[in-house]
Every structure is written in structure tokens, then in C-alpha cells.
Design a protein around this ligand. Structure first.
Ligand code: DP6
Length: 359
């Protein structure tokens, strides 16, 4: 291990995207491991930017010294969460106690918009930590190992974050038909370069921007003694197998069937938790009805998915965007809070913002 880094201060930055799951991770085992496999689309525009600045402490070891800023402000709640994550990572990243750390983070999308900020923020932080590890240990990883390690660390911050380390379509969770799959980290799912899947769009229809009444952790916890636990595990892994076939074969009907089944099953599980959790709003249901009606009438390839909240992600293809946008602006926007939606699309994954440091 190198000791070249003495009184230097180094700043590294990563921009990482959020993602939207088509097959949902819902329910976890110890070690933040998923009960079932999941698959997501990495977004392009909805991102978190995180800078990590570090300098060696006068005396190594002891407690982690960290300051955390969110949009320039100290944020107690997030700061505690990050500190407890860093503490849990000391065994894996022992150098963390040797440096003073300043973490500055910003999201470029509104809070509670139905876009998972924990996914992008934990992915950006994990990428910064692996970059820091390379610098302080002077061991530079081959690219594939770098991202695998970042995905493993991101998972420990937030399960869905492990998928945000890669662009395109990403899976997480061990299943037979994906050779590289693991419960520990996500892996990019190969898509034929000719496929329309490479040109997916996601229009996020904001039904309500109110603070979520359910944290992901309590939602996952509600699965632990859920009467449908086993059924859900089997259903999700089956859906993951089917959706990978749909992607491999460009079978858009199957893609929408599975995605919508997953979104509605997630809410069926929430509704049938004890006590039941109701996150859908009347306008969420109106939007679902309208999307299905429009698809039936036009034969266009579009589908919806919903996370643990009321907002609806309308997923479709770039080559049909011109026909779909009038439907969004004239029909669906009526059911959105202040007529608001956010336009995003499938993205290429995280980006290093600072020059590579090699001491
Ligand atoms: C419904 O990854 O936010 O969005 O691991 O507790 O941080 P934690 O949960 P989180 O759960 C995401 C749940 C979901 C589905 C998904 O993204 O797969």
C-alpha cells in the first residue's frame, strides 16, 4: 500500500444516473441482498453529482471524520445515513479512518418526483469511494472490476443503486439465464445494437410530488412476514426470465405485459401488507386506464411502470415519440400535478468528472 499521499488534498467527482426498474426488487435478506432478481433501465438526465475531497488526518485511525453537504447545505438526516454507511464499510475500506472526508452532493431532479434519488446518490458515492481506494492503495483495477466493486459498494448504500453503476439495461440478482448475474452486484444486460430497446424513452408523469409516506426500508421490511412472500419471489424471478427473453427477441408485447404486471404486483403487495400501504392515487389509476386505452386504439409500443409511489413512468421508443407526446401533453397531463411531467430516456451510465489521479 502506498504512502505517497501525504499532505495532499484530492478531489474526485462522479455523476451517476438514477434508474427505473421494470422487474422490481422488493424484499431483502441480511447484507442488503435481494429476495429476488430485478432489471432496470438506467436513465440519462436524472442524475446525482457527488464530489469527494480527502486529505490525510494527522493521526491515522479512530473514528471516521466526514462532512456532508447536500446542495451546499449540511443535511443532518442524509449525513447520518452516509456516516452509518461509511462505518459499515470500514472492514472493506479500512483507509476511510485515515482521511478527512468532505462529500458534496447534488441532484438535478426534484425530490419526490418518482425518481429514485437513493439509487443515483449511492452509486455516485460508491464510484467516488472506489476511485479513492485506487488512489490511496495505488492499485488500479481493470475497468470491469472497478465497476463491479462500485456496484457491490453501492448496493450496501441502497439496493437499487447497484444497478445505477452501469448504463443501458441492467440486472441484479442471481438467475440461471444470466451467466454473469449475482446477488452481490449488478451487471449490464447485453442488448442487440440494432434493437429499439437502445432508444427507450421514459416520461415521468408527476401525479403527486408530496413526500413519500413510505421509506423503501420499511417497504422492504413489510415483505419479511408478508403472506405472499414465497409467491412473490417465484413470480419476480419468473418475470425476470421472461423479460430477458422479451429484450433478446425484441418482443414488445411481452415487455409491456411483464413490466405492467410487476408494477401492479408491487402495489398489490403494498396493499396486502399489514397494515396495508396505499400509495396509488386516483389519478395514477386514470393514467393507467388512459395508457391502456391509447395503446389499444393506436397499436403503439408503450407501457407503464410505477415505483413505490403514485407517479407513473411512461416507457416507449424514440421512433414513436412524435405520436406519443401529443397524448402526454393533451391527455395524460390533465392527471398530473400542475400538468407536470419529466422527460428522460435510457442513458449510458455514470461519468467521472475529475481528471484521473495517479500518484
Ligand atoms: C420499488 O433500493 O430504494 O424502487 O435497498 O432499502 O435502499 P433500499 O431500497 P431501494 O428499493 C427500491 C425498490 C423499488 C424497486 C426497484 O428499484 O427495483
Amino acid at each position: 500500500m502506498t504512502t505517497k499521499m501525504n499532505d495532499q488534498t484530492i478531489k474526485i467527482g462522479w455523476k451517476a444516473p438514477s434508474n427505473i426498474a421494470l422487474v422490481k426488487y422488493w424484499g431483502k435478506r441480511a447484507g442488503q441482498l435481494p429476495v429476488n432478481g430485478s432489471l432496470s433501465i438506467t436513465l440519462e438526465k436524472s442524475t446525482t453529482t457527488t464530489f469527494l475531497t480527502f486529505s490525510r488526518k494527522l493521526k491515522s485511525g479512530g473514528a471516521i471524520e466526514m462532512e456532508y453537504f447536500f446542495h451546499g447545505n449540511k443535511q443532518e438526516k442524509f449525513s447520518e445515513k452516509i456516516l452509518s454507511l461509511l462505518n459499515s464499510l470500514i472492514a472493506e475500506l479500512p483507509f476511510l479512518t485515515d482521511f478527512r472526508l468532505v462529500i458534496e452532493s447534488e441532484n438535478n431532479f426534484p425530490h419526490s418526483a418518482g425518481i429514485a434519488s437513493s439509487a443515483s446518490s449511492m452509486a455516485a458515492l460508491a464510484l467516488c469511494l472506489v476511485t479513492m481506494e485506487e488512489i490511496v492503495t495505488n492499485v488500479y483495477l481493470p475497468e470491469a472490476d472497478f465497476f463491479k466493486r462500485a456496484s457491490t459498494l453501492a448496493r450496501q448504500g441502497s439496493g437499487s443503486a447497484c444497478r445505477s453503476v452501469y448504463g443501458g439495461i441492467v440486472s441484479w440478482g442471481k438467475i440461471a439465464s444470466i451467466r454473469t448475474s449475482s446477488d452481490q452486484y449488478a451487471s449490464p444486460f447485453p442488448v442487440n445494437s440494432e434493437s429499439r430497446i437502445n432508444h427507450l424513452r421514459d416520461t415521468i408523469l408527476i401525479v403527486s410530488s408530496e413526500e413519500k409516506s413510505l421509506s423503501s426500508s420499511s417497504g422492504h421490511a413489510a415483505m419479511a412476514d408478508h403472506p405472499y412472500w414465497e409467491g412473490r419471489r417465484v413470480q419476480a424471478n419468473g418475470n425476470l426470465e421472461l423479460i430477458t427473453d422479451a429484450i433478446r427477441n425484441d418482443d414488445y408485447q411481452l415487455l409491456s405485459k411483464i413490466s405492467e404486471n410487476e408494477a401492479l404486483s408491487l402495489h398489490a403487495l403494498l396493499l396486502s401488507s399489514s397494515p396495508g400501504i396505499v400509495l396509488l392515487k386516483p389519478n395514477t389509476l386514470r393514467i393507467i386506464e388512459e395508457i391502456r386505452r391509447f395503446r389499444e386504439a393506436t397499436g403503439l409500443d408503450l407501457l407503464f411502470t410505477i415505483d413505490a409511489g403514485p407517479n407513473v413512468h411512461l416507457i416507449y421508443f424514440e421512433d414513436q415519440r412524435e405520436m406519443i407526446m401529443p397524448f402526454v401533453s393533451k391527455t395524460l397531463s390533465q392527471f398530473c400535478e400542475n400538468g407536470t411531467w419529466i422527460d428522460d430516456k435510457i442513458g449510458t451510465g455514470p461519468r467521472l468528472l475529475t481528471p484521473k489521479v495517479e500518484l
